[in-house]
Write a protein that binds this ligand. Sequence first.
Ligand code: S3P
Length: 440
Amino acid sequence: MSKKVIVINHKIQNFNKSIKVSGDKSLSIRWVLFASIAKGLSIAKNLLLSEDVFAAIEAIRKLGIKVKISKNSCSIIGKGINGYKYKKNILIDGKNSGTLSRLILGLLIDTPYKIKLIGDRSLSRRDFERVALPLRKFGAKIKLHNKKNLPLTIQGSNNLKPIKYLENKGSAQCKSTVILAALKTNGTTLIKAKKSRNHTELLCKDLNLPLKVISKNTFDYIKVNKVNLIKPLKYVIPSDISSSAFFMVLTALTKNSKLLIKNVNINPSRTGVVTILKKMGVKIRYKNIKKYNGELISNIFIQSSNKIKPINCPKELVSGAIDEFLVIFLVAAKADGISYFKGLAELNQKESPRLIWGEKILNLMGIKTMTTNDSIKIFGNPQLVINKKIIIKNFLKDHRVFMTSVIAALSFGGNWKIYDKNSINTSFPSFLKIINDLKN
Ligand code: S3P
């Protein structure tokens, strides 16, 4: 059997354990990028050591920044906001990471030479026009393949103009790219952004950077000014709630089980999955909430659920659970009734078209669905037992499709053959090890 395939023929036995998942991906990439423009030695503990974060580290190394990684920490020696030093014609490889590839463009807004940005097959089909449009307004020249995709080239300007920008997709990547560019631009940039994860804003606040946020209903109004000096950042990265979500769902769906997940980032812009699962009757509690570097952190305690309620999921919860829907759909598969999720168009813009893949997995499991391009109705079956053979091969090697399929196999049974095991290395290399720990 190829090392890339995993075969699962049995449900997991009940468990009562405590686990620690790896560091948050969004925060790890942001820390690397901010440390690269700070002046002096930044140190992070619990940085996620995954392919997406290594791609960020390789990218800043290409820009002349020194990085040292040891078992317990990562050190970056930044040379200040204008400290990148590199030769002409460099190439940056964003690999699979949308966050890295979009955010770094904000930092390259003033690059004197052309820089080429490439990515893997999945990243190369994703939309980069969404960040090219505002960055061109600042004054950068950006050429995209087919007007929308990678590879792209960026050449910055030394005469940047602040912009007014409306972000109405709820994309934290677009918002953060513009914030980073604004930190390098004279004058005040004004952003009106549909609410989305706010790690970039909290990092700016923690570092005392000139950024102000006013929140009104579903939008944030953000003012950003140029910064001259960023202090180095000492940071302990909390665990990733998106990685934790797989284990929350596995616990909820496995009889007589309990799980404590330690030190998870519970930033309210990320906890949509907890709110949704609670509404569906799953027992989840926070234990010992703390604040560190402006981010909320807590242990999360989950118990199995005997009865799962269907949900009519409010649109406002979408952005806070955007990376968790595939695995949330598995809970809806077990609900006693029809669940309805709407406002999900962005799901098809991810590493693979995830709304389509969500439907595919559910249908293979024998669950009826009705989908449009931005919604899904899931006809839950509390008695669901799978006896057949299911093969999952996602040609874009989407890590969340792989991990969701593993959770489905362990929760519902059946004979599963799931391809592209290596995809977990982008975001959660220890995923299968934790599964094994729960089995023993
Ligand atoms: C991310 C934002 C989200 C999310 C992605 C990480 C970030 O993407 O899906 O996994 O770190 O800012 P969008 O900004 O495209 O919604």
